[in-house]
Design a protein around this ligand. Sequence first.
Ligand code: NDP
Ligand code: 2IT
Length: 459
Amino acid sequence: MVPERGHVTTRTAIQARLDALRDEIERRNPAQPEFHQAVREVLDTLAPVLAARPEYADPGLLERLVEPERQIIFRVPWQDDHGRVHVNRGFRVEFNSALGPYKGGLRFHPSVDLGIIKFLGFEQIFKNALTGLGIGGGKGGSDFDPHGRSDAEVMRFCQSFMTELHRHLGEHTDVPAGDIGVGGREIGYLFGQYRRITNRWEAGVLTGKGTGWGGSAVRPEATGYGNVLFAAAMLRERGEDLEGQTVVVSGSGNVAIYTMEKLHALGANPLTCSDSSGYVVDDKGVDVELLKQVKEVERGRVSDYAERRGASATFVPGGRVWEVPADVALPSATQNELGEQDAATLVRNGVKVVSEGANMPATPEAVRLLRQAGVSFGPGKAANAGGVAVSALEMAQNHSRTTWSRQKVEEELARIMGDIHRTCHETAERYGVPGDYVTGANIAGFERVADAMIAQGVI
Ligand code: NDP
Ligand code: 2IT
């Protein structure tokens, strides 16, 4: 049982209440380990703010925060190129709309289930709050696997998915975008079907659109660019900059590619990329244009990149990028891809900064080890917020029927990432844990959402 109001007087009582809530969440949401992990990570940092601001400890606030406002699960039937029928499962978790319409990506990956979408939607609430923009938190997706599927198959799947999802969306209601397995191609098919079904040109209903039809400049680049800016800000706190630093990057999708592009632009050297089959180490630094060609145009694998690149690149099947020594590590593939052993390897090799381009790529044990070793650690909900921030700028452009220049969007992105870094840093100092960006991000995001939820009453 969660203690009632009035009993929550001391730090010990607050911690006991947080522990009880955590147990309750695990009991009521069985078989959702990633959701449990994401909630635990936030609750573990909130005791100081609950002690300082008694209104946050009111019974009901935290309980509402951890329960999605709405969870939608639906059947997605589609036909492959041979006429065979497949049935996938579609999800949209509309987690919290206190700050604005639900906002968050769609993930198409065979591992997707309700627990994965809830973990991502929960993270998104705090991430979106940190941007300072008017967007609530949501996430969706499907266990559909786009690997090896033709364009026509992907189109038919997207059309079937949107045929159900459209009734839950709207530019003032819920605004999806991309995530793993969902990029510009999929957003195009999804938008087309939404437009056809609703008979509305409602540009602000999806973000990540093509720049010729309502998309924003710099949205494809924004997550990776933003994470590099966040890592650079953490390095500055240590009296250093990115110039000349070696970097290990995991993944080879949207986030990883534009992370590497920005690293090159700032004089750093990204040494690696990876996919689920292994990694490539490239002694000359990853050639981003070649990687784009292989991954985005040909939809190939990192092993194809290594083959085309020549002598400087080696493909290591099944290996982990974290074994390559570097100054900075930017995990940009998927959740829990950097474990305790990997963190120990990074520390042994002298890593200074780890910044999460992916959502929750470092396990709690890895984060603890990195922090104890004095590594600056940027949590995803702060470090990778550039993507959703530029999505919100895309919505602003759509609502006002204007198109901003590349330069203007890049300036806004840099300002927002600078603000997020400062907010996390200052919040950590204010609560007596200087340099702890995890606590800073969680508390700063929580304060903004909690204030809005309290002001808007018990709903
Ligand atoms: P993409 O689909 O473009 O790329 C995903 C990359 O990660 C691929 O290289 C993929 O390899 C690899 N990957 C995916 N799942 C696994 C797995 N289970 N094991 C090993 N490798 C895997 O996705 P994004 O680049 O958009 O997303 C990457 C991460 O960034 C995700 O955590 C996402 O939630 C997060 N993110 C994305 C944002 C965006 O705007 N797109 C914004 C903020 C965060 P393979 O092809 O072999 O599966
Ligand atoms: O995890 C994320 O922040 C995203 N996938 C981007 C969400 C968005 O709405 O742009």
